[in-house]
Design a binder for this molecule. Structure first.
Ligand code: HH2
Length: 392
């Protein structure tokens, strides 16, 4: 007699394990949802809805954790963590949908969407006339900073010829996308006038779009630069303000049916609930994209490592990255050579952060990253391939 504690991560894996056990097909259908445990945090829930939720989940054998005040009908709004199996959640959602009081149908919708997003493992990313499949393997976005002052490679690719050469090298090394940026976003960088940013970025984008087969992304939060780059053949807008800084940006993306990376960003690293606030920001970015006429399949989410975050926030975001999939779209991670890595290594400079970047990329993939944005393409493609072989 032996006993082995097993880990069945998601429904697809549960089905496979049950089939391997030669459970009959009907049994697989019934048991797979019972074997997967989920925890869902709800914020902005009315106390009345919370109490109904608690009764309904207890009746199904699940649980709902509430702050003390909420169960005594203390305040009006509360937070809750709902606990149950995928099967219990499915039955709960069906029940809540039928009760047109206290916003329960909306709650059912939110629960269902979050669980479906979290459990999706294959996505389509629409970029103008192309589509990329995400989730089957991790894609690598190679960074091309045509700036004099980027924190780790400033000044190296300012000359358009050197930039094109570097892009070709990255593609030969396995990059799936090239991300061209003309303004450093590191803390303390000097803001760049739009005319200067255009002059840096556009000649490079134009040549790359013509000469390379991979999609070209433009790293800008200015709608004028994005529109001009799209006119010259770029496929993706990478906006480090998640469509929330320049009000014309969402319209530009929609008009060109471009892919868009919406990154979380804020001026100060202060949070009441880090994951909840980052997810809420990204949900708002996705809504802005849709309101302007984009398909949700154009959008990829990014937690914004190093932007308005302390080193501890960056570590927590990578550790809990998969939670962001509750928003309902795939996730890009950009840890490359960033300062939290230098700090974890006792203060090493950007050029000494290759192995640390590899660790962050590998764990990021294990935790749900679908695309990684990196400087060291040759090395990180190797890290990605091995991590994919281990976890996908
Ligand atoms: N990080 C940087 C710039 N753009 N875009 C996305 N989507 N995600 C990121 O994490 C991200 C980004 C900062 O890194 P880098 O481009 O290397 O430096 P700089 O801003 O100094 O040019």
């Amino acid at each position: 007699m032996t006993a082995l504690v097993e880990e069945w991560g998601d429904l697809a894996q549960a089905r496979r394990r049950l089939q391997e056990l030669q459970v009959d097909p009907r049994g697989v259908q019934i048991m797979a949802p019972k074997s997967v445990q989920r925890l869902v945090r709800l914020q902005g829930l009315s106390v009345r809805a919370a109490n109904i939720l608690k009764q309904e989940m207890l009746a199904r054998g699940g649980e709902v954790a509430l702050p003390r005040g909420a169960s005594l009908l203390g305040g009006e709004w509360t937070e809750a963590v709902v606990m149950g199996t995928a099967g219990q959640f499915a039955s709960l959602v069906d029940k809540l949908r039928e009760q047109p009081v206290f916003g329960l149908p909306r709650l059912a919708e939110a629960l269902q969407q979050a669980l479906a997003g979290y459990d999706t493992c294959r996505w389509t990313w629409r970029l103008r006339d192309r589509t990329l499949t995400l989730g089957e393997r991790t894609l690598v976005m190679g960074i091309l900073n045509v700036t004099p002052d980027s924190f780790s490679d400033g000044g190296r690719y300012r000359d358009p010829l050197a930039a094109v050469e570097q892009a070709r090298r990255m593609v030969a090394e396995g990059a799936d996308i090239i991300d061209v940026g003309g303004e450093s976003t590191r803390p303390g960088a000097v803001p760049v006038e739009e005319a200067e940013e255009r002059a840096r970025v556009l000649p490079v984008v134009e040549r790359l779009a013509r000469e390379l087969d991979v999609p070209i992304s433009v790293d800008t939060y200015k709608s004028g630069v994005a529109a001009a780059a799209l006119d010259r053949g770029a496929h993706i807008v990478n906006d480090v303000w998640g469509l929330q800084r320049d009000p014309a940006m969402a319209g530009v993306v929609a008009k060109h049916r471009a892919g868009v990376v919406v990154m979380h960003n804020q001026p100060e690293p202060t949070y009441r609930s880090l994951m909840g606030e980052v997810a809420a920001f990204l949900r708002r970015s996705l809504e802005l994209a849709q309101a302007a006429g984009s398909d949700p399949e154009q959008v990829v989410l990014d937690p914004g490592i190093g932007f308005g975050k302390t080193p501890e926030h960056n570590l927590e975001l990578i550790r809990r990255l998969r939670e962001l999939k509750s928003v309902g779209r795939p996730v890009l991670l950009g840890p490359s050579r960033k300062s939290f890595i230098g700090l974890a290594l006792g203060g090493l400079p950007p050029q000494e952060r290759l192995e640390g970047t590899a660790a962050a990329v590998a764990v990021g993939i294990v935790r749900g990253a679908d695309v990684v944005r990196v400087h060291d393409v040759r090395e990180m493609v190797r890290v990605v391939r091995v991590t994919d072989a281990l976890v996908r």
